[in-house]
Structures are given as structure tokens and as C-alpha cells.
Design a protein around this ligand. Structure first.
Ligand SMILES: CC(C)(COP(=O)(O)OP(=O)(O)OC[C@H]1O[C@@H](n2cnc3c(N)ncnc32)[C@H](O)[C@@H]1OP(=O)(O)O)[C@@H](O)C(=O)NCCC(=O)NCCS
Length: 129
């Protein structure tokens, strides 16, 4: 699991219970997965198709620093499936885990488009070619 992004929990991210609002966290996760898939598949028309069971295991409070981790589970023909874990940066306590997030690469007409990718690539290696 690679933890790419850190977030700082601010007052506008809280629910009435004064802890991190679940919808905000899902928004961050969805954006993180989309960015990751777009970069890997080299297609900006990549959308979220499926998320497996979402397990909020602990919470976060104002001022906490959290980090969002992703791991590739599978390169499909038109899809990329990721696992996600979000944890407290300082304590490593897991806040949420999602076993599968499936992103699908689309063509201009919005139909699934074979991405031709089979393994993780790094932008620096692409640029070196
Ligand atoms: C993405 C979309 C075009 C896929 O259409 P579809 O008819 O399911 O297409 P397919 O059956 O050809 O499946 C496409 C890929 O998704 C995968 N897939 C389809 N349903 C899935 C599911 N329930 N769970 C996991 N993967 C799934 C397929 O395995 C396939 O992957 P592969 O080519 O790597 O094997 C269509 O469902 C869609 O437009 N959904 C809305 C997406 C969107 O707008 N998301 C933003 C949030 S609203």
C-alpha cells in the first residue's frame, strides 16, 4: 500500500458529532482513486464503477493529519481495481478500509475502452523513454 496524499482535518470536514464526516472522506478517496487510475491508464475519461463494502473502523477529529493509501489489485481489460486504506498519519490507526475500488477507462462515446496496461508504470520512466 502506497500512501500518496495527506489531508488535514478542518472544521468544514466535520459532522455534527465533531468528527470527520464520512461523505467528505469518501469524496477524497474517490478523487485519489480517479487520479491514480487516470495517471496509470493514461486516460482522463476514467470513472468509478464499483466500490466494495466500506468499513469505517475509527474516526478522526479536527486537527488530525490523515493519509490515503492505494494498492493495485488488478489490471483488467478496461478496468483497474484498487484497494484503499486511510489511516491517522501520527498513530497509524486505520480509519477506513475498502477492499476493492474498480475504475473503468472509457472512450469518447462513454463505452468501456481497453487500456492496454498490465502493470504499474511511473511517469519518470515514461518521460525517460
Ligand atoms: C462504466 C460503465 C460504462 C461500465 O458499463 P458496463 O456495461 O458495466 O461495462 P462492462 O460490462 O463492459 O464492464 C466494464 C468493466 O467494468 C467491470 N465491471 C462491471 N461491473 C462491475 C462491478 N459490479 N464490479 C466490478 N467491476 C465491474 C467489468 O469487469 C469490466 O472490466 P474489464 O474490462 O477489465 O474486465 C457504466 O456502468 C457507467 O457509465 N457507469 C457510470 C460510471 C460513472 O459515471 N461513475 C461516476 C460516479 S456516478
Amino acid at each position: 500500500m502506497n500512501f500518496h496524499t495527506r489531508k488535514w482535518i478542518k472544521p468544514e470536514d466535520l459532522n455534527p458529532n465533531e468528527t470527520l464526516f464520512g461523505g467528505r472522506l469518501l469524496e477524497w478517496i474517490d478523487e485519489e482513486a480517479a487520479l491514480y487510475a487516470i495517471i496509470q491508464l493514461e486516460n482522463p475519461r476514467t470513472v468509478t464503477k464499483f466500490m466494495s463494502e466500506i468499513n469505517f473502523r475509527s474516526s478522526a477529529k479536527k486537527g488530525d493529519i490523515i493519509e490515503i493509501g492505494l494498492e493495485v489489485i488488478n489490471f483488467g481489460r478496461t478496468s483497474l481495481t484498487l484497494a484503499c486504506e486511510v489511516r491517522n498519519k501520527m498513530t497509524r490507526e486505520v480509519i477506513i478500509s475498502i477492499d476493492k475500488i474498480t475504475m473503468v477507462s472509457l472512450d469518447e462515446a462513454g463505452n468501456p475502452y481497453p487500456h492496454g496496461k498490465a502493470e504499474i508504470e511511473y511517469v519518470k520512466d515514461r518521460l525517460a523513454k
